[in-house]
Design a protein around this ligand. Structure first.
Ligand code: KG4
Ligand code: ZN
Length: 337
């Protein structure tokens, strides 16, 4: 069975995984840089690439050790080549190319979004994907950089049918969290605080809900939340933080599910996937499950470890490419978009 060593360094998470052609994750080792960027309230690209270069080779070794496998067992190196922060991508790409050349393995460049789309197929000792889940399916990628809706007709025929016109859903969560004075990255903090909040406490807008299309917009929600917070003292914000987070989160989830409903009405899929960092959101997961049941749809949500950026999803695309006999040239560039 083919095995791929996969590397993901497109943003601020450094991750390495070993995945086989049954999409089984033999091991995954990741390093997060949240503390590095926290004091800046966002990702500093130069620091991100520097930290990738500190951690990457040690993670490669740790990953092979955990999988109890060696280079002789690997058939290829797969790495994210786009989109992302160019400096961060370059660290992963140069490392993967060098290892592929030194170990005489195939080299495969992977699109990060394709990785998220395929994360639903990953399996390990704790997780099995929904039985029989396969293309065609409707997919929503909700992350820090993207809010994209796709019609995945087959695994090499992926059609973008809608996207955010401005901020991505995760970006909106992070910016709102920053205004609330919460640590970076904010999405998970908003999720945590929202659990004890009143979701109807504050009235916030849901954009483009009357439009018959699959476009999203979160900048109006962010601006309304900012205006609301400006009217509150820091004591008041602190006292109402649970309600504020719950109201904001509900607005985002309402929009995501409304647009998914519109898309399912038109495309009539029987399967839907929600992937990317924001698919880790507990309220979105609960409401999406209920929504899928109500609409008789099979829903695939990755387990939390495969929602946020990770190398296993890159390995998943890598093994599939390898099975199709595809590989990339060693001069493949890092591409921002
Ligand atoms: O997929 P991802 O790790 O990186 C990108 O490709 O962008 O997504 C990161 C985004 C961040 O904006 C983060 O705040 C958000 O996912 N996120 C969440 C949660 N966990 C991560 N947003 C809401 N609720 C969560 N539990
Ligand atoms: Zn991502």
């Amino acid at each position: 069975m083919d095995k791929v060593l996969a590397i993901e360094t497109s943003c601020d998470d450094t991750s390495v995984a070993v995945v086989d052609s049954k999409f089984w994750v033999h091991s995954m080792a990741s390093a997060h840089q949240n503390q590095v960027h926290e004091k800046f309230g966002g990702i500093v690209p130069e620091l991100a690439s520097r930290n990738h270069s500190y951690h990457l080779l040690a993670l490669v070794e740790a990953c092979l050790k955990e999988a109890k496998l060696g280079w002789a067992d690997m058939d290829a190196l797969a790495v994210t080549s786009r989109p992302g922060l160019v400096g961060s991508l370059i660290v992963g790409l140069v490392t993967a190319k060098t290892l592929a050349a030194a170990q005489n393995k195939k080299f495969i460049g992977v699109d990060h979004l394709e990785g998220h789309l395929w994360s639903i197929f990953l399996r390990d000792a704790q997780h099995t994907p929904p039985p029989g889940f396969k293309a065609p399916y409707l997919a929503l990628v909700v992350s820090g950089g993207h809010t994209h809706m796709y019609h995945v007709k087959s695994l090499n025929k992926i059609c973008l049918i809608g996207r955010s016109l401005d901020d991505a859903a995760g970006e909106a969560f992070d910016k709102f969290a920053h205004l609330m004075g919460l640590p970076f990255p904010g999405g998970v903090q908003v999720d945590r605080l929202a659990r004890q909040g009143d979701r109807q406490a504050f009235k916030l807008p849901r954009a483009l809900m009357k439009k018959q299309n699959y476009e999203f917009s979160f900048s109006g929600l962010k601006a309304s939340a900012a205006r609301l917070l400006e009217t509150m003292s820091s004591e008041e914000k602190k006292a109402r933080q649970h309600d504020l987070c719950a109201s904001f989160q509900e607005a985002v989830v309402d929009v995501l599910l409304y647009k998914l409903t519109q898309a399912t009405e038109l495309l009539k899929p029987s399967r839907v996937a929600i992937v990317g960092g924001v698919s880790a959101n507990s309220r979105l997961r609960i409401r999406a499950q209920a929504w899928a049941t109500e609409h008789s749809l099979q829903l695939a949500l990755p387990p939390l470890r495969y929602c946020t950026d990770n190398a296993a999803m890159i390995g998943c695309v890598g093994v599939e490419r390898l099975a199709r006999g595809e590989s990339s040239a060693l001069d493949l560039p890092a591409t921002a978009n």
